[in-house]
Design a binder for this molecule. Sequence first.
Ligand code: UDP
Ligand code: MG
Length: 318
Amino acid sequence: MNKPLLSVIVPSFNEEKNVEPFYFALKEVLEKSNYRWEVIYIDDGSSDSTLPLLQRLSTWHPQVNYISFTRNFGKEAAIVAGFQHAKGDCVVIIDADLQHPVELIADLLTGYEEGYDQVIACRDRKGDGIIRTALSKTYYKLINKIVDVQLEDGAGDFRLLSRRAVDALLIMSEGNRFSKGLFSWIGFEQKVIYYENVSRANGESKWSISKLINYGIDGIISFNMKPLRICFYMGGFILVAALLYILVMFTQIIRTGIDVPGYFTVISAVLFLGGIQLVSLGIIGEYIGRIYNETKRRPHYLVKETNATKGKRYERVQ
Ligand code: UDP
Ligand code: MG
């Protein structure tokens, strides 16, 4: 019988120092496995020599495919491109910076053979700053109370997906992709493997604090409409409180007459209500912005150059 095919998706943005070390480390692990394999590098609009390095690698190693974007479209778009071009019976997504230990792929494959459709490699937070760790922990505690899907701290994109799971993810055409949520949304049998956090081999992380905050907001907004409901409840609560206040004031005025100095009350009410209204408008705006973006139906990415052909899902459809 033919050995099953494994596709490895590697989003790479300015990873010139990592391209080759990563590939050879990966190759060593994959050659020991019982699988045929291909690697799909996605050059996410790098401005360094990531692309020429990939081109060179692919001329010597037939398993290497690359897709180069016209500009930086982000890791989520890179993952979509990888899925669309993957021909494998199972797919592994892994970072190019050697932060995801390549040896773990063997364990992911074991999980796949046991019949799991998603095998998730989950990292601990060793080596991360104390503040970042605390913030992330609180964020995940809070977000899991709000959103309808279950999100786990440390479980990122490093995971194995079966063909069924990849096809399910490809059906979802939304432009704004919050992978963590999508992975959880599709369900399927999941297995989690824990590993120790590793620092980046070369280069710098592309996550700034503001990017992380935006990512956090995406997580809340992409998967539910509860923020809108919170606005509704807040409005309702303030309305009832205002009615009570009016009632109390009214009886007081009838009993003792008008008490003119009310400057503080008026100004606090105006400011408080103004604040709440602006926040609510902002939340509504977030959703409208998303609707606007989705209606444009733009592609997730544009390809400048590639040596990869369309993946398995499209072969079967044709
Ligand atoms: N990456 C990408 N496009 C981007 C940012 C990052 O393809 O716009 C890739 C990057 O090359 C790396 C992976 O995504 O392989 C994870 O990025 P990074 O190491 O910066 O994130 P961190 O590990 O700090 O979460
Ligand atoms: Mg990294």
